[in-house]
Write a protein that binds this ligand. Structure first.
Ligand code: 5GP
Length: 193
């Protein structure tokens, strides 16, 4: 294995998707694996861009076929899984690979990928009210769904210290957060090439 995998971790609404989207625009040469999920697409989400949206049956078939590097049930009802082929193969070829996962995905992958080929970045949000409004902005989630995400957020934040880096993403300050993540990535890959 020669490449480096960057896992972006942090609660729902912490801005992981936004940061990765901007990195993708600026660094199209990095690999951005498309995960699989059984959740419904949100308005504006395109199948095959960040996720492949699939049925539970198809997900189970992929699980049985050993196609996932890891998979997890997130927010208690939906499956999310990273594709082994989309992560391990590029790493073997020396690529820089960037993917967001939940904290369970991070722990699973940490057990499988050698430490020198993996960097984890936790996106911190210190204000829970701020996080609630970001989650609510995503669309009309019922109150119990918002609550579920806030509970998952508390659990994830409690484990932030397990990650290599923690980056604060303050409301309205994504540019600063992005610049910090970018600095980390560039520093971590400087010996790769
Ligand atoms: P959302 O439904 O808001 O897009 O994602 C819910 C959570 O699942 C987020 O924390 C997101 O980072 C995480 N997630 C996205 N893709 C994967 C994946 O492939 N594996 C795991 N374990 N979590 C994922």
């Amino acid at each position: 294995m020669q490449g480096k995998l960057f896992l972006i971790v942090g609660p729902s609404g912490s801005g992981k998707g936004t940061v990765i989207g901007r990195l993708k625009q600026k660094y199209p040469g990095f690999v951005y694996p498309v995960s699989y999920t059984t959740r419904e697409p949100r308005p504006g989400e395109v199948d095959g861009e960040v996720y492949n949206f699939i049925s539970k049956e198809k997900f189970k078939a992929m699980m049985d076929a050993g196609e996932f590097l890891e998979y997890a049930v997130v927010h208690s009802d939906n499956y999310y899984g990273t594709s082994k082929a989309q992560i391990v193969e590029p790493l073997e070829q020396g690529a820089v690979v960037i993917r967001e996962v939940d904290i369970q995905g991070f722990f699973s992958i940490r057990d499988m990928i050698p430490a020198e080929h993996m960097v984890s970045i936790f996106m911190k949000v210190s204000d829970m009210e701020d996080l609630r409004s970001r989650i609510m902005k995503r669309g009309s989630l019922p109150e119990d769904e918002v609550q579920k995400r806030l509970e998952s957020a508390q659990k994830e934040i409690a484990q932030a210290g397990e990650c290599d880096y923690q980056v604060e993403n303050k409301w309205g300050d994504v540019t600063n957060c992005l610049a910090t993540v970018e600095r980390i990535v560039l520093e971590e890959i400087k010996d790769l090439y």
